[in-house]
Design a binder for this molecule. Structure first.
Ligand SMILES: NC(=O)c1ccc[n+]([C@@H]2O[C@H](COP(=O)([O-])OP(=O)(O)OC[C@H]3O[C@@H](n4cnc5c(N)ncnc54)[C@H](O)[C@@H]3O)[C@@H](O)[C@H]2O)c1
Length: 478
């Protein structure tokens, strides 16, 4: 297999940017997607489920030897990596043993944080795009955290697993479907976990809804709505941050560039990949207007980006249909002037929840001793408090005090604690490589649907049929 060098990664993204998304980034023609009636069987199509290569075994129930402490190496200590590192340093059974970034000054800063917080000096690697290869080869590491730009996620995760480490990858885990399959195949071949670091699955409200769904409050689940709506216009031009690389994708892909924050939690509510599975999606994009307008009017960074052309529609909306016939509406908008939202809505035969702000309507409020009379109004704030008292997720309940200082309202700490506690105990993390691949593959699938006039596009089954027998994630406790 061709060695993936930094040059080939750079060429990959540059070619994509120059040639336009359709023919280059995903390396395929613009042939129409499979019609809805014949949705899953086009061998060679991006949607095709690929046969499991010989020698690989499923990892949905992979258990590993329990550990006394979990040793973690972190690649990428930019904005996100530093925040993750703070949480890792606050977990007593975690030992950070290695740090890496291209930028020496960021590694030095993180080393100082480790020394101050825990009196430890992890090994450090910096100065080149390939310095991380030394980190994944280091012996005293159980888990590699990857918080680098998207183009690096898969090569780093693959190499980490090949070196015997579990790979915990930031969102989205992968950009293309080929990359998703590489993660799945490597995890199955090496029998190492590849978890997506989807912190939104561990938010207070998300865990609350998950717990209510498991306890039957919603009755039979039918529909969910979710999104990543976050005005990032300013950040997309901020030098020395995500802005340095994230804007590139707006030049090449017209679809959903960041599906997992909204989708992860609702997939857990609805047991997607665990008793149900995504079948196909359709996707539409609004015109691209806002980023061009921002560039034209603000002339960020003294006009140095003049002439850039963006193709990603300001708002992308996808509708996903599942094997059991249920539906998920998923949106992406990082451009429009509006408040942050992941929507986080769930409907069943007996209740509906909407986030932003959290609101709940219940068919039989009396069953829970609430003052509400019917489902035609959201229950009152007092009633919501009563429901929270009864259905707050035990994981949140146990960790919320310790999580207070952590990012994104505490969800980041809860995520790292829980995922690493799974590794400590040797049990399967809540999010496996199949979730990482499924939630991430929406990037290419949504773009494919948009490109083909919003034709339905089948979703590959990364579990290769195992979704029928994979069990729901447990109501985790620690
Ligand atoms: N889960 C969340 O809430 C959340 C929030 C922000 C970002 N993210 C994700 O985290 C990742 C990083 O985002 P960010 O905001 O920190 O970006 P960033 O640009 O601030 O940081 C990325 C870091 O990676 C380093 N890097 C790049 N290539 C490298 C290489 N080959 N070897 C070692 N280091 C390398 C850069 O020098 C930089 O310091 C992205 O995948 C992003 O989507 C997730």
């Amino acid at each position: 297999m061709k060695k993936e060098t930094s040059t080939s990664r750079r060429t990959f993204i540059k070619t994509a940017a120059l040639a336009g998304f359709g023919a280059s980034l995903f390396g395929r023609s613009s042939a129409l997607a499979a019609p809805a009636g014949d949705i899953r069987s086009k061998a060679g199509d991006i949607s095709a489920t690929r046969p499991r290569p010989a020698g690989q075994k499923p990892v949905h129930a992979l258990t590993t030897a329990p550990l006394e402490k979990v040793r973690v190496g972190v690649i990428g200590v930019g904005g996100r990596g530093r925040s993750l590192l703070r949480d890792l340093l606050a977990i007593d059974f975690v030992e950070v043993t290695a740090l890496c970034d291209i930028r020496q000054e960021l590694v030095d800063r993180s080393l100082k944080s480790a020394q101050t917080a825990r009196g430890i000096s992890p090994k450090t690697y910096a100065g080149s795009e390939n310095a991380w290869e030394k980190l994944v080869a280091q012996d005293d590491i159980d888990v590699v955290y990857i918080a680098t730009p998207w183009e690096w996620h898969v090569p780093m995760a693959v190499k980490a697993m090949e070196q015997g480490k579990h790979a915990f990858v930031e969102v989205a885990a992968a950009v293309t479907i080929d990359e998703c399959w590489r993660l799945v195949d490597t995890s199955e071949r090496t029998q190492r976990h590849c978890a997506i670091l989807e912190n939104c699955c561990y938010g207070e409200n998300e865990l609350f809804v998950l717990n209510m769904a498991r306890e039957g409050v919603f009755g039979e689940l039918n529909h969910a709505e979710c999104a990543y709506i976050h005005d990032l216009r300013s950040m997309l031009f901020k030098l020395g941050t995500e802005g340095d690389w994230r804007r590139e994708y707006h030049k090449t892909i017209d679809g959903n560039l960041y599906p997992t924050h909204g989708l992860g939690p609702v997939c857990q509510y609805m047991d997607i990949g665990r008793g149900d599975q995504m079948k196909f999606l359709v996707s539409v994009s609004s015109p691209e207007r806002g980023l061009s307008k921002w560039l034209r009017e603000k002339k960020p960074n003294s006009g140095r980006h003049a002439g850039e052309r963006y193709v990603c529609g300001d708002m992308n909306t996808s509708i996903i249909k599942t094997e059991l016939g249920r539906t998920i509406m998923l949106q992406h908008d990082v451009i429009s002037p509006r408040p942050y939202s992941r929507i986080n809505a769930l409907s069943g035969t007996e209740a509906t929840f909407f986030g932003y702000p959290p609101q709940l309507a219940i068919d039989s409020p009396a069953r829970y001793g609430l003052s509400a009379k019917s489902s035609h109004k959201w229950i009152s704030p007092d009633d919501l408090v009563k429901m929270r008292e009864r259905f707050t997720h035990p994981l949140w309940d146990r960790l919320k005090e310790r999580a207070k200082a952590s990012g994104h309202g505490g969800m980041d700490y809860v995520m790292s604690y829980r995922l690493l506690d799974c590794i400590r105990k040797g049990i399967t993390p809540d999010m496996t490589v199949y979730d990482a691949a499924l939630w991430s593959c929406i990037i290419e699938l949504s773009a494919k649907s948009v490109e083909t006039g919003s034709m339905p596009v089948a979703v590959p089954d990364f579990t290769r049929g195992d979704w029928k027998k994979i069990k729901s994630i447990p109501i985790a406790t620690v």
